[in-house]
Design a protein around this ligand. Structure first.
Ligand SMILES: Nc1ncnc2c1ncn2[C@@H]1O[C@H](COP(=O)(O)OP(=O)(O)OP(=O)(O)O)[C@@H](O)[C@H]1O
Length: 310
């Protein structure tokens, strides 16, 4: 991406009493991107987020928000970010609106119109004048995000925002993130232990373990393995297709798998045409050819050596 990153984490390191919990961690976020911060329990996700939003000091390295160092230009850096790190707390006897109004006083220029804008954006218009202690967990999470968006930050940092939500609530939250990223151009960093959610919600994922970066990758991009990718050929007779391919490639026969609708095998791109020709010559009908993407969980377990997230 050619534009300047909104967030730059540069060799960020956090030590507590000599114990390194975040270790020279570096990654960037760009405008409108939703990036997942993924890692097993104790990997250092919350500590990383706390450093990014300026809640704790950085032992070594730095974090730049909109080019401002959180260490040296704290006020400027913080003015460009919004975060929900712990469960958001509200005045229970105030309505959602009154809570937002109260919080808005912290800033010089949050208009009534801006409050209405964030309320609509996060889908709270119908309940905004109800007392906040009557809100569901999902509504409270959304009110927290609305609050974090009031001053039009360029970066939103959310620690486990889908925690405790039911599947419908999680799906809703995901749609709101996409709306926020699209309509406000905000870069969103979100941590979660729900791998499948990160996969659906994020454009990219930063995987950490023991405070170190183990991988960063685009969720939608095909895997960049050095080995051949696994390609699935959808055919009318997978067992027959398997037989033909195994006869032609006996050395790789073990890797050729016949499913209900497909035959799949690891194959280099240049050889796909050759396989198609073989299948066609055997009078098989071919309906589609697709790379088999490993899901994020497979990739995560591969990268972290089998540590499950929860
Ligand atoms: N204030 C602190 N003092 C000492 N150690 C700490 C402190 N805060 C965090 N740690 C340690 O740092 C490591 C990373 O913790 P952190 O909460 O950042 O991980 P996490 O990836 O968010 O984990 P989880 O998914 O369990 O919330 C843990 O070993 C934790 O015990």
């Amino acid at each position: 991406m050619a534009n300047k990153p909104i967030l730059q984490v540069i060799n960020a390191t956090k030590r507590y009493a000599g114990k390194t919990v975040v270790d020279r961690l570096s990654f960037d976020l760009y405008k409108g991107e939703i990036v997942g911060l993924l890692g097993p329990n104790g990997a250092g996700k919350t500590t990383t987020m706390r450093m990014i939003v300026g809640l704790i000091s950085i032992t070594e390295g730095d974090v730049l928000v909109h080019g401002h160092s959180i260490k040296h230009r704290y006020v400027q850096a913080v003015s460009h970010l919004g975060g929900v790190i712990e469960n958001p707390e509200f005045y229970p006897f105030f309505s959602g609106y009154e809570n937002l109004r109260h919080y808005a006083r912290m800033y010089a220029d949050v208009s009534e119109q801006r409050i209405a804008e964030v309320v609509a954006l996060i889908g709270l218009s119908d309940v905004i004048h109800k007392r906040s202690d009557a809100y569901s967990l999902g509504m409270k999470q959304r009110l927290g995000i609305a609050q974090a968006l009031l001053h039009k930050p360029s970066l939103l940092v959310l620690d486990e925002p889908t925690n405790g939500l039911d599947p419908a609530g999680i799906r809703e939250m995901r749609d709101y993130f996409k709306r926020i990223a699209r309509s406000e151009g905000v870069a969103i960093l979100v941590s979660s232990h729900l791998l499948s959610e990160i996969e659906l919600m994020c454009d990219r994922v930063v995987i950490i373990q023991n405070g170190k970066l183990v991988d960063t990758q685009t969720v939608s991009a095909p895997l960049e393995d050095n080995q051949a990718s696994v390609i699935a050929f959808e055919v009318d007779d997978p067992p027959k297709a398997r037989q033909i391919l195994a006869a032609r490639y006996p050395e790789g026969a073990d890797g050729i798998v016949a499913g209900t609708h497909t035959v799949s095998l690891p194959v280099e791109r240049e050889r796909i045409t050759e396989i198609l020709a073989l299948l066609l010559a055997a009078q098989l009908r071919i309906f589609s050819v697709q790379p088999v993407r490993k899901n994020l969980e497979d990739r995560f377990l591969e990268k972290t050596g089998g540590n499950r997230i929860v």
